[in-house]
Design a protein around this ligand. Sequence first.
Ligand code: NAD
Length: 388
Amino acid sequence: MAKELRVGVVGCGFMGRAHSNAYRRLNNFFPVEHRAVLKVICDSELAKARKFVEVWGYERAESDWREMVEAPDIDLVDICVPNIAHRDIALAAAANGKMVCCEKPLAMNVAQAEEMAAAVEKAGVANMVWFNYRRVPSIALAKQIIDEGRIGRPFHYRATYLQDWTISPDVPQGGDALWRLDLSVAGSGVTGDLLAHSIDTAMWLNGPITRVVAKTETFVKERVHAVSGKVQPVGIDDACMFLAEFSNGSMGTFESTRYARGRKNFNTLELNGAGGSVYFDLEEPEYLQFFEYQQLQSGKKAESHLTGWRKIHTTNSEHPYMKHYWVPGTCIGYEHTFLNALADFVMGIESGQPTQPDFRNAVETQKVCDAVIESARTGQWVATGVKL
Ligand SMILES: NC(=O)c1ccc[n+]([C@@H]2O[C@H](COP(=O)([O-])OP(=O)(O)OC[C@H]3O[C@@H](n4cnc5c(N)ncnc54)[C@H](O)[C@@H]3O)[C@@H](O)[C@H]2O)c1
């Protein structure tokens, strides 16, 4: 008989939906020993949690996460609330011996992130941070290509993460989704919200970032706060650009903004090395682009009048995760990145080889985020202190 993985999710917003979907579908697609059971859904607005009981099939709804983390019939606490609440919930869940999965960014800052990593380690509980872009099959294929040595000596890493939804000065700060504009709830602006993803992926693919120099900008200086109703200063970074040095000697550029008109969730990465390059664009997630300069086996130059960027449709059963889905040539979507992450987490529990990124790994991403904000404040290069 399958073992039960009894889940309590806190937060009924965007991520609450994405994760609920993953729990619901885990056993439809992945042959894991555990069966996900949706026990408790919690939201400070009880009506939302009740709706989730109806729509997603949770057994019960609660409004106080403190009760949920103590419930004896929960094995895993999953944190899908704004960043300000991650720490307290994670510490309480770990203290109660629960496994903990937490949305990104792990915390408001490095100090909190370290505390959270120490707490799950002390409790000896399985843990994961939902950096779901690692689970896009095309990005996982980029990792495979890099690890196979096909890119050779890396020179440049280039990441962009662009949106356009905060251009209007009439967009308030505070409240559902808009908490991202409130520094006291988000911890930072696009740096923690968007670039944390880019940084996690970059360090997974290309190793530690050692130093950064950054420039941030806040284009709209004051906004009405949805909760207080008052006009308040805006403390977040609306846009951030930074240069990075990697420990492998390559250099990186990272750009993020919510002021790129027309860009909705434009998330790209490119790595250029002596032997080849890879390029990914989330608007065409089923493709990985690969340029092969040098053949891996022979070491001979592959470039000729016939070569060019290869657009690999990552839908074959040989491609990461794809054997669990449909026939070759048919695509999966955004929601599957969470399903893939969950499957990796559960397989990690079952194999005793914990999946990454865990809290400790996500502390390193947080270090880069904090260094970026510090550099933007001082105008100086800042060492990240990343240890991977
Ligand atoms: N992995 C990703 O790609 C991704 C995408 C979006 C958001 N996120 C992260 O997920 C988290 C949640 O973001 P979201 O977009 O789902 O937010 P959201 O605003 O859509 O939903 C947050 C929900 O949490 C509830 N809530 C707030 N404080 C609470 C508390 N103390 N106790 C119980 N419920 C509370 C709110 O009522 C709301 O229903 C954030 O950390 C965010 O950075 C990650």
